[in-house]
Design a protein around this ligand. Structure first.
Ligand SMILES: N[C@@H](CCC[C@H](N)C(=O)O)C(=O)O
Length: 301
């Protein structure tokens, strides 16, 4: 078995994704390899999407997701769109079914190149998000940061989109908050026993929300798909919007949007947006040593 496998550097609205082809192999991308890859400015990433052989009948692949700190994630919306684009380019197919630790994901690439992923059903039960304290209503939980009598952020909506999210509703521009400072405190708050992805969300109309996210295990990111889904669901759940919204991702470069529909008929969340291939190379999934196709770096390593 070769020591190296193919990988592609891709992005979903600027969310930095490495798609690693682990098909035909029993091993996994190690947390140590993830940390090595993230330490190199050329391969730094938010998530690794490792494509493995299917484990369940009727699925095309099992996807293992790693954050840049080497921890595991159960869901990654932007990364899933990248996997779809990579496999569609390889096979010419348009429709895929994936398995992750959180369940089954159906996805389709449209004629215009955008990709829709059925992210499944949101989970609101406090012990399945999970939260450390029992809340009957998780659409507004008791949690705040800043001075006790004048909190900067408070009363988030909590939910799981396969992974844990807290959505803080704000009135001002999401970029005006010091999320680099508050993000780590909230991600690791004792309220979240498995940590959480932290999103600032400003509702701008009954059909649009602007978001900015501090990701669990990856920090400040340019975009987060599962957070966009969580903001859309939480906005509808709390009566701030309808069930079909545009999520404007404030930090995406260039500023970009995702369409999210929380479908009434089956409770599923459908995320639609783009994915972009940047370059490809080979990587050792055990050590993280890599080379880029057709460049001097490839010859050097
Ligand atoms: N960027 C992702 C979310 C990644 C997972 C997250 N950091 C976690 O640990 O849950 C997305 O687009 O959904």
């Amino acid at each position: 078995m070769s020591a190296t496998v193919e990988f592609a550097r891709m992005n979903g609205l600027g969310n930095k994704i490495l798609v690693v082809d682990m098909r035909g192999r029993p091993d996994k991308v190690t947390p140590a390899a993830a940390v090595v890859l993230n330490a190199d400015p050329q391969t730094e990433f938010d998530q690794i999407m490792a494509i493995h052989d299917p484990k369940a009948e009727g699925t095309d692949a099992f996807i293992d997701i790693l954050n840049s700190d080497g921890s595991k994630a159960q869901a990654c919306g932007n990364g899933t769109r990248c996997v779809v684009q990579a496999l569609a380019a390889e096979t010419g197919r348009k429709v895929f079914t994936f398995q992750t630790v959180a369940g089954i994901l159906n996805a389709v690439e449209h004629e215009d190149g955008t990709i829709s992923v059925d992210m499944g059903r949101p989970v609101f039960d406090w012990d399945r998000i999970p939260l450390a304290e029992e809340f009957h209503d998780t659409s507004r939980i008791e949690l705040q940061i800043g001075p006790i009598d004048k909190p900067v952020l408070h009363s988030p909506s909590a939910m799981s989109m396969g992974n844990p999210h807290a959505i803080f509703w704000v009135d001002r521009d999401v970029m005006s908050y010091d999320l680099a400072r508050f993000g780590p405190l909230l991600e690791n708050h004792p309220m979240f026993p498995e940590r959480a992805n932290i999103t600032l969300a400003q509702v701008t109309s009954p059909t649009s929300v602007t978001t900015r996210t501090w990701e669990r295990g990856a920090g400040l990111t340019l975009a987060c798909g599962s957070a966009a889904c969580s903001a859309a669901v939480s906005a509808a759940r709390t009566g701030r919007t309808g069930r079909k919204v545009t999520i404007n991702v404030a930090s995406a470069k260039p500023p970009a949007m995702l369409s999210i529909e929380w479908r009434e008929r089956d409770d599923h969340v459908i995320m639609t947006g783009p994915a972009e291939w940047e370059w490809s190379g080979r990587v050792d999934p055990s050590t993280g040593l890599w080379s880029r196709d057709g460049t001097r770096e490839a010859e050097a390593q």
